[in-house]
Design a protein around this ligand. Structure first.
Ligand code: A3P
Ligand code: MG
Ligand code: MG
Length: 380
């Protein structure tokens, strides 16, 4: 069964409707051998400071400090008086990654091929978070997505567009939900230090403008990828392996008291945690388990390479190969559809649960996302 829809009318495989010109997201279609996914290589990094300013360096890197066996981290502390929240109505699109590319172009096109139509020697540029959404799509039943794609100088740029539903959700969050979104960042403050010799400072301000981002290059089947993702912290041992192997992802989750709750963690949360960290080659996730009062009472380390074994015991569980094959086929679909090389043309791919992926084409519209400064820099 080939999950790609045929574009001609006429005979099409049974379960695929000839009208939608879309890509099926049914998980059964993606249960084949795991595709080639090259070990991701960090090619650079950047930092965003407390005012969301870009720096082409690792100044926002933080260092993991292992908590006690019996932690007692109050995640609600500081929400009212020591919290500066990033303005998430500001849509940054790919701008920070593009700034990194402009500052580091020499690191990218190693091949000197003046005749090449590909200025960057990569097929796709995007955020890791957008790829995470693609990996989990065959199992997602609640939230759809919109991905804008522009082909420019042979490279396909993928930038998310907020859906109507996500926009409404963001504007109508409950106070409880707003506070719970803070808890994840507060956990980071309890477990991260600013340098290898210091300790975490739970008395400080949590500012979600600050970020350290890795930029990695890898290949999924025949798709050469360049993407960036935020990294929570690294192993503080100077002898730890080189990035991304020294990075640690931090997560919080409700305390586990029953086998059913453990099973749900495996079936739902581990899918998202695995997808997010597997992509950039981050080897471990440290989870902080919180009680009903928002106090972290235990932690557990999950090794990404062991998650596929953990979930094999769950009935009807997600499979890493389905995630990777769907992502791979989506990228092939994008290459096939987004053919016009033009920075002001956007191919908008949209997906809603229980539907195929479809697309529409937009010229000089509000969907265009490559900034003029970038287009001029790459063209010159
Ligand atoms: P938790 O995931 O531990 O709750 P990340 O884990 O990706 O580094 O993100 C850090 C924190 O940002 C999350 O911590 C959560 O608090 C918040 N966050 C990230 N993505 C979110 C989302 N889609 N909705 C709500 N909160 C989110
Ligand atoms: Mg993070
Ligand atoms: Mg995290």
């Amino acid at each position: 069964n080939h999950p790609h829809q045929q574009h001609q009318s006429g005979s099409t495989p049974g379960q695929i409707s000839p009208r939608s010109q879309g890509l099926s997201t049914r998980k059964e279609l993606y249960e084949r051998d795991f595709p080639v996914y090259k070990q991701p290589v960090e090619v650079g990094c950047f930092s965003l400071d407390s005012e969301r300013r870009f720096f082409n360096d690792s100044r926002q890197m933080r260092y993991y400090v292992e908590p006690d066996r019996n932690p007692n981290f109050d995640l609600r502390d500081g929400y009212k008086d020591r919290f500066i929240k990033r303005d998430d109505s500001v849509k940054e699109k790919l701008d920070h990654i593009l700034r990194w590319i402009v500052a580091n172009r020499s690191k990218l096109n190693s091949r000197v091929t003046p005749a090449s139509s590909c200025a960057l020697d990569v097929d796709f540029v995007t955020w890791r978070g957008h790829l995470t959404k693609l990996l989990t799509t065959p199992y997602e039943t609640r939230e759809g997505w919109l991905l804008a794609v522009t082909r420019f100088r042979g490279t396909l740029y993928i930038s998310e567009v907020e859906t109507e539903a996500a926009h409404r959700e963001r504007e109508n969050r409950t106070e409880r939900h707003e506070e719970m979104m803070y808890w994840g960042y507060k956990f980071e403050q309890y477990t991260c230090a600013d340098n290898i010799h210091s300790l975490p400072d739970p008395g400080g301000v949590v500012n979600t403008n600050e970020a350290f981002c890795t930029v990695v290059q890898t290949r999924l089947a025949d798709h050469r990828l360049l993407f960036s993702g935020e990294v929570d912290c690294r192993d503080k041992d100077p002898n730890a392996p080189a990035p991304p192997a020294c990075y640690v992802e931090l997560k919080t989750s409700a305390e586990i008291c029953t086998p059913k709750q453990r099973s749900n963690l495996h079936r739902f949360k581990l899918l998202k945690w695995w997808a997010q960290s597997f992509l950039p080659g981050v080897p471990r996730v440290v989870a902080g388990f919180r009680d009903h009062e928002g106090v972290v009472v235990s932690t557990e380390t999950f090794h990404i390479s062991k998650i596929s074994h953990l979930i094999k015991n769950e009935y009807n569980c997600w499979k890493p190969t389905v995630c990777m094959n769907f992502c791979c086929d989506f990228l092939s679909f994008v290459k096939h559809v987004a053919t016009e090389d033009n920075p002001s043309v956007v191919y908008l791919f949209s997906w809603e649960p229980h539907r195929d992926v479809t697309y529409s084409i937009h010229r000089d519209s509000h969907y265009s996302f490559l900034p003029h400064w970038y287009v001029e820099e790459i063209t010159s």
